[in-house]
Every structure is written in C-alpha cells, then in structure tokens.
Design a protein around this ligand. Structure first.
Ligand SMILES: [Zn+2]
Length: 280
C-alpha cells in the first residue's frame, strides 16, 4: 500500500471510530468510489454498493475471506474460507442455486460451505423489473411498485424509533401501492405482500444479501450465516489501523522517525526494523 493510501485509510478509520454502522459503510464506500459525493453514494442500490465493497476488500486485503461462526448445534467455533470474487460472482447469478465451495481454513477440520445469494432457492419471484423502471409485485389484488433499498434508506430506517425501521424502509421504497384500484399507504400492506416485496427485492439485488450455507464439521448441523461485507471490512480496517499505529509507535520510539516517514517505509523494511527493535 502506498503512503497516500495508508494515510487516507487511517483517516477513514479515524472518522469511522465515532460513526455508526451506516456511517462506517458510507466511509468505506467513499474509499471504493473515490470522488463520488455523499448523495450519490447513498442512492446506490445496496447490492451495487456491496459489490464495490467486496472489490475494495480484495484490493486492500486479498481475495480470501475467513468467516468465524459459532455452531448453533454444538457451539463449536467454525472457521470457513471464502473467495471474495466467488461470493460476488455467485450473487450475480441468482437462481443458479448453490455455487462455489469454500476452501478449508485453519483448525476447523472438514469445513465446507457454500455461498448462496439472496433469493436463491425461494419460490419463483413474482417481480418483473421492467428494465430501469420500478419493480412490481402483484398478489391477491394488491399491486405494488417499488425500488431497491439504498444505503440512504437503511440509514433512515436505523434512525427510526424502535420497531419502526421496517415501516420506514417500506415507505421510502414503495412508489405505488393499490388494492382493487384504491391507493393504499405502504405501511398498511399485508404481511404476505411485504414479504413478497422483500423476496423480489432480494432477487433483483442479490449482492445485497450474501448468505453462507455452512455445515458444522463436528456435529453436521447446517447453519446459515449472513455476510455483511461493510461490517466485515470495517473490522479488518480496524485491526489493520491498530496494528499500523502500533508499528508507528514502536519505530518512532526507537528511531525518532515521524509517522509519515514510517508509513513511507516498504513493508519489508518496516518489518525488518521492527525485528531489530525486538532483538535490541
Ligand atoms: Zn456443530
């Protein structure tokens, strides 16, 4: 990573420390799509944003993602390795069912996992997306036109009073709703229609909902884990930033170099000097 990249990432991390989930996701997305304004980033469908965050993750930390999940059956901690490109690739081919086998990773024994996206395996969606137009769902005389949720919608839902998040999301994303020709408020849509909308949105934007089908090597129990790439990447950035600051601290203490000078060292040289400090 170049000096400018490292300094910018540290600044992103610093800003994100005080931010919530949505704020951190937005900061990471800004890194992934440099030059884009906040309004633009908040209006991108979630799956598109997540695909870009997967891309950023590959760029920063490589392709292999390690996911730790506690088994709901035997409480064994399972660790699975996934290929980031495979996850995004599988998500973009909805309906293909399972795709991509997970590799093994340290200590988890015979781990096996399959990445699955959004609506794979669900009943055939009733949504027709007329190209760029709104998505549509029709069920028992209910007709709904809606758009895909964006990070801006999720942030608004998070800020809603407890229990109101889903209604807020629905109100923002439902464009038209009617029953027997009469307009209906989005939050009055029946449960079954709301569920159908959620399924149709997941099918149309599979990257927004990357799920991992896992099978416990100890007891064989199947588990489904959601992979929230924004949170995952934030945790990694947090680890990286703290490790980097520790390096800076050790080298600045030993040699009196500035932070910028230390960040400018190649990784190899930095490690070499750190080893010398440890030996001294
Ligand atoms: Zn188990």
């Amino acid at each position: 990573m170049e000096l400018a990249g490292q300094a910018a990432l540290l600044a992103t991390w610093e800003a994100g420390l005080a931010a919530g989930r949505s704020g951190r996701a937005l900061l990471l997305h800004t890194v992934a799509r440099p030059g884009a304004g906040t309004a633009e980033l908040l209006a991108v469908p979630l799956g598109e944003r997540d695909a870009e965050l997967f891309g950023l993750r590959v760029e920063l930390f490589g392709e292999q993602l390690n996911v730790l999940v506690g088994c709901p059956g035997c409480a064994e901690e399972m660790e699975f390795a996934f290929d980031a490109r495979q996850l995004v690739g599988s998500a973009s081919s909805v309906g293909a069912g399972k795709s991509g086998e997970a590799g093994k990773s340290g200590g988890a024994g015979e781990s096996s996992g399959v990445a699955e996206s959004g609506a794979a395996g669900k009943s055939g969606g009733a949504a027709e997306s007329g190209g760029a137009g709104p998505l549509r769902v029709e069920l028992d005389g209910w007709r709904v036109g809606f758009r895909l949720p964006t990070p801006g919608d999720v942030a608004a839902a998070e800020q809603a009073p407890a229990g109101q998040g889903r209604a807020v999301l629905l109100e923002r994303c439902v464009l038209t709703a009617e029953h027997g020709g009469e307009p209906v408020a989005a939050r009055r849509l029946p449960e079954a229609v709301q569920r159908r909308i959620a399924e149709a949105a997941a099918a149309a934007d599979p990257c927004a909902d990357v799920r991992l089908n896992l099978s416990c090597p100890e007891c064989g129990r199947q588990a489904l884990a959601e992979l929230d790439i924004a949170s995952y990447l934030w945790e990694e950035l947090d680890d990286w930033a703290r490790a980097t600051l520790l390096d800076v601290h050790l080298l600045a203490t030993a040699y009196g170099w500035s932070e910028a000078e230390i960040l400018a060292l190649s990784p190899l040289r930095r490690r070499y000097y750190l080893e010398l400090c440890a030996d001294a």
